[in-house]
Ligand binder design. Sequence first.
Ligand code: AMP
Ligand code: ZN
Length: 113
Amino acid sequence: MDCLFCKIINGEVPSTKVFENDMVYAFRDISPQAPEHVVIVPKEHIKSANEINAGNVKYISAIWEAVPQIAKQLGVDADGYRVVNNCGKNGGQTVDHLHFHLMGGREFGWPAG
Ligand code: AMP
Ligand code: ZN
């Protein structure tokens, strides 16, 4: 399958790994929007949030279990951070493999633009 994040997971495309276990892979975003910006992906190809279901929601649980560990590793746990999922065209999704952005090291406004 021609999926960038599947290729990153299997090592075909290089990445800077931040975290990995049997279900989750996390790597530094190539175009960081914050001093710390990590992309967290499920090791199964799930296209977007629209494709989350009872059979694969365990990957979401695994990702959120990893979030505080990654935040601590990056040193952003105390000051806080933002986790974002972009879904589809209006959500700004550019890679069709479900992912969460974990960003920290600066303050983010709210509401988001
Ligand atoms: P999204 O716009 O939510 O689909 O996010 C996709 C993210 O993947 C963007 O923040 C990109 O900067 C990032 N990205 C694209 N290609 C790579 C790559 N080869 N390595 C790391 N991050 C990437
Ligand atoms: Zn994929």
